[in-house]
Ligand binder design. Structure first.
Ligand code: ADP
Ligand code: NA
Length: 328
């Protein structure tokens, strides 16, 4: 039987990912490729909703792909693609746009949030959820690992797939959200009530996957905690300590209850010291693999092109079904 297929992607909007991207997405992707037929995209077309210097965007796309690989995405097992190398994404986006009601697109809250935060409103940002629907439907994905912030977009994807299937049965696979069990949400080290975020976190609040051991240690030692002394997991009362426990637990594969026992009678300094060691040790192989990948640009480009070619083979078949249905 065909393995179930998943699609996920990240925008190449920074030179390196942060610990939240790693523990909340990349680590899960690597685990999922064992069981699923996984498609992982560097979604550079989405990144165009914000204007970036061309050379910077190109380099970020390559670096994002390299980080997928450094984190353990295996191109022999998964399909790693650069979205702009698969023009079917853009075409399907248009075909889906013609099936989207204006009012329906207008209800997307992430667009409104971004505008409210001052991002300038181009039509690409408005139709972003339709391009995301195309990303998913193009590969007949059964499952999509999504965070809370993307849920509404996945609902739109499902509605569009069902609408097209209503006219032309069997055109699309209708995808389900995939909630990764035990997936970690990493909080800002300086404001542990907010998630670690490349756009909102301060330098000290965020651990960059390429930070050197000294910086990592400094950032974790400066993490905001609380005036108590007890090392206990309690997100509401002790968000900072809870965040450190989550980071430790996820990276060391130690249950939080076990960590609470091990740190009984110890201080926050002890916890921070050990969390720093765990993070440094976990990122060391990632960083050395990343350095190797960036040292061989031709090989990196070969992997990206081969993955994108493989993605196109699937995408063109799915798009072909819609062409036939629509009379194109
Ligand atoms: P995008 O690139 O799609 O705009 P982000 O850059 O916000 O998304 O995040 C990329 C991926 O990393 C998403 O899967 C998101 O859920 C995950 N992620 C981002 N920040 C965190 C965090 N602080 N904790 C856990 N997961 C996170
Ligand atoms: Na996001």
């Amino acid at each position: 039987a065909r393995r179930q297929r998943i699609f996920s992607g990240m925008q190449p909007t920074s030179d390196s990912l942060h610990l939240g991207n790693y523990l909340g997405a990349l680590v899960n992707w690597v685990a999922l490729q064992e069981e699923y037929d996984a498609f992982y995209g560097v979604v550079d077309l989405h990144a165009l909703t914000v204007q970036t210097e061309p050379a910077v965007l190109r380099e970020r796309s390559r670096r994002t792909a390299a980080q997928y690989l450094a984190g353990g995405v295996d191109p022999a097992r998964s399909t790693l693609m650069l979205q702009s190398m698969v023009p079917e994404h853009t075409e399907l986006s248009w075909l889906l746009a013609c099936h989207t009601a204006f009012g329906e697109a207008n209800r997307m809250t992430q667009f409104k949030d971004k505008i409210a935060k001052g991002q300038s409103a181009n039509v690409g940002l408005f139709t972003y959820p339709i391009l995301m629907a195309a990303d998913i439907l193009l590969y007949d994905a059964d499952l999509v690992p999504v965070g809370e912030d993307q849920r509404q977009h996945l609902e739109l994807t499902r509605d569009l797939a069902e609408r097209v299937n209503g006219r032309f049965p069997g055109t699309f696979v209708v995808p389900d959200a995939y909630i990764v069990k035990g997936s970690a949400k990493i909080m800002d080290l300086q404001d542990p009530t907010a998630k670690m975020s490349k756009s909102l976190s301060s330098d000290l609040g965020l651990i960059d996957l390429l930070d050197d051991p000294k910086r990592i240690t400094k950032k974790i030692k400066s993490a905001v905690t609380d005036p108590e002394r007890e090392i206990r997991y309690d997100v509401d009362a002790k968000p900072g300590v809870s965040n450190l426990l989550v980071i430790h637990s996820t990276l060391s594969a130690t249950p939080i209850a076990e960590l609470e026992r091990a740190f009984e009678g110890k201080g926050y300094g002890d916890l921070k010291g050990e969390v720093a060691e765990v993070v440094v040790a976990a990122l060391e192989p990632f960083q050395s693999r990343m350095a190797e990948l960036m040292a061989d640009p031709a090989e990196l480009d070969r992997i990206i092109t081969a993955g994108s070619d493989k993605a196109r083979e699937v995408a063109s078949v799915v798009l072909g079904r819609l062409h036939d249905a629509l009379g194109l």
